[in-house]
Structure formats: structure tokens, C-alpha cells
Write a protein that binds this ligand. Structure first.
Ligand code: AVJ
Length: 320
């Protein structure tokens, strides 16, 4: 079986960058196959994620939004006015825009993997808030990145909502926080959304909703990989699986083979036996204490947090 799982150096004429092809092949050919969650977000995947965010079972988006509504004034008090607001993974910039009227940043720096996705949103925002200097940046936060000189150095506030930090392994999360700490001086800080450890049944339902939207989101990954790798995954042969792994404090998402499956792409192939799976995502959940410890390890000095009445989600402000 493993002999049949091969990659060779057949050159391809696809437009997918070679490092992406290599990364996908490495994951698919590993004994325990895996893929990176960044491949969820093609055009269909991005729309499915927006749908997930309004599902009754998916509490994080709604709960975080309620926390901002309720505690915005306190947050502004803790953060102070002015400075630059650096939005990590800005998308449509809507979450940050809610902060403008209370935080009054001098500069807004939305960052996303592709700057073209930001352009429309930034143009509209610039009209509503003409006094805020806006600089959109296209950077991959998972790679090494550096802010250009036009981003003022003092009073940097890194904004990282939505519990995106959960996709990092805890040691990667620490490295990422260290990187942010190094990018601000003593007047800087971060404002971050963190999903909290809670009852397993609630977590399981949030990632395996009754409508099957999260299942479609997970399965769509195979369509995206077919496109990137010219592979021949048949979505109907796979089953969505998501559960809270209590020992590891993380949601795991997998795609399970419903039958014996052979997948091929130019230069490689992989056999999956019935029941074998591809690990597609981890979403780590933290306690407030645990996350504060991570912030302290990263060199942040003081932190303040706000939460909902059920303590399902937290927004944390940490000063450098
Ligand atoms: C975008 C990483 C915050 O982990 O909750 C939602 C992604 N995956 N449902 C999360 C996701 C399945 C989401 N993050």
C-alpha cells in the first residue's frame, strides 16, 4: 500500500506555486494525512465560512460581537486613543471599523493574504473616516512578515479577533505573540479574541452543525485541492468529522474515507483504506488563565479581559 503512495518529479503546467504543491503533497502523503486550514478559503469556502458565522450552533462570532458591544467603552479606556490599529486578517474590515468611533486611531493598517481583497472595503472606509490614514498590506501571517516603515512605530495596537489564534499549535501561537511583542514598543499592545474551553457537547455542535454547513466547508477543501493540485478527489466518498479532543483542548476536524479510495494527481497518488482520515484543522480552546500565561511568556506585561455571561469567549487587551 505505502509503495503505491508516490510523488515523482513530473513537471506540471499548473499555475499553483511549487511550494504550495510541495506542501499539499507532503501532507497528503504523510502516514497520517493532513492539510493546512488555509486551504479552506477559496471563493466557495469563504462564503461557507460567512454562513458558519451566522449559524445558531456557532457561538464564537456572535458572542465576540456581543462582548464588543457591551464593553467597547471599557476597552477604549484600557487601550487609550490614537496610535495605529493593525488589523491581522482584516477581510472586509467590519470588525475593526466598529472600533474607530471609540478608539480614534490615527492610522489603520488592514493586513490580509491578498491586498486586492482589502481594496474595496478600505476605499469605502476611507470615505466614512477621512481623518484616519489607511494603508492596506498583503502579507501571509503564517510566513515571516515585517511591517513597512510607513506604519508608525509608537502606539501600535495589533487587533486579532475571531479566535484565529486557535488554528496555531500552542508553541506556534507563542512564537506569533512573541513576534507581535517584538513589533511594538512599550506603548503598544494587542487586542485579541480567544475561544474558551467549555462543555464538549456545545463545542462538538459548533463544529458539526445540524444544517451541514461546516461539513460542506470541510468537504469543499477537497474541491479546492483538486483545483490546486489537479487531483481527482470525489467529495461523495468522504465524510465530515469534528469533535472536541479534551486532552489536547482542541477541536479536530477530519475527512474520513467512506470506502477504499485511490486519489491521483500529476506526479503522485495516495491510497486511503475505508475509515482512514485526513486531518484538516485544529482549533485550540484556552482558559483565560492559560492564555494570559501565554501572553506573559511572550513578554506582554499587563492584561485586561472581557467575557460574556457564560464565559464562552474572551476579548483580551494586553499591553507590551
Ligand atoms: C476561523 C479558525 C476561527 O476555528 O472556529 C469554523 C474556523 N472551522 N468552523 C474556528 C472554523 C470550522 C474558525 N477560525
Amino acid at each position: 500500500n505505502s509503495l503505491a503512495n508516490t510523488a515523482n518529479s513530473v513537471t506540471n503546467t499548473r499555475s499553483t506555486p511549487p511550494h504550495i504543491i510541495r506542501e499539499l503533497e507532503n501532507g497528503l502523503l504523510a502516514d497520517a494525512a493532513y492539510t493546512s486550514p488555509k486551504y479552506f478559503y477559496d471563493a466557495v469556502g469563504s462564503v461557507l465560512f460567512e454562513a458558519i458565522c451566522v449559524l445558531p450552533e456557532y457561538y464564537p462570532t456572535r458572542t465576540e460581537s456581543e462582548i464588543f458591544t457591551r464593553h467597547m467603552a471599557d476597552m477604549a479606556q484600557s487601550i487609550g486613543a490614537g496610535g495605529s490599529l493593525i488589523d491581522l486578517g482584516a477581510g472586509n474590515c467590519a470588525k475593526a471599523a466598529r472600533l474607530f468611533p471609540v478608539l480614534h486611531p490615527d492610522q489603520y493598517v488592514p493586513i490580509d493574504i491578498s491586498v486586492s481583497h482589502l481594496q474595496d472595503a478600505v476605499r469605502r472606509l476611507q470615505q466614512r473616516f477621512p481623518h484616519i490614514e489607511m494603508t492596506a498590506l498583503g502579507l501571509d501571517l503564517a510566513q515571516d512578515w515585517k511591517l513597512p516603515a510607513e506604519v508608525r512605530r509608537d502606539q501600535r495596537l495589533f487587533f486579532y479577533p475571531g479566535s484565529s489564534i486557535g488554528n496555531f499549535e500552542p508553541e506556534e501561537a507563542l512564537a506569533f505573540l512573541c513576534h507581535l511583542r517584538a513589533a511594538c514598543d512599550r506603548t503598544g499592545g494587542i487586542l485579541i479574541g480567544v475561544d474558551l474551553i467549555k462543555d464538549k457537547a456545545l463545542l462538538d455542535a459548533a463544529y458539526d452543525d445540524s444544517l451541514g454547513v461546516t461539513a460542506a466547508f470541510n468537504l469543499n477543501l477537497l474541491r479546492h485541492i483538486n483545483h490546486l493540485l489537479h487531483a481527482d478527489f470525489d467529495v461523495r466518498q468522504w465524510q465530515h468529522e469534528a469533535f472536541f479532543n479534551t486532552e489536547k483542548s482542541r477541536i479536530e476536524m477530519h475527512l474520513r474515507a467512506r470506502e477504499d479510495i485511490q486519489v491521483s494527481w500529476p506526479g503522485g497518488q495516495r491510497n486511503f483504506i475505508k475509515g482512514e482520515h485526513i486531518h484538516t484543522e485544529n482549533s485550540y480552546k484556552y482558559s483565560i488563565q492559560g492564555f494570559n500565561a501565554l501572553l506573559a511568556d511572550a513578554g506582554f506585561s499587563h492584561s485586561c479581559h472581557w467575557t460574556d455571561k457564560n464565559e464562552w469567549f474572551a476579548v483580551i487587551h494586553a499591553k507590551a
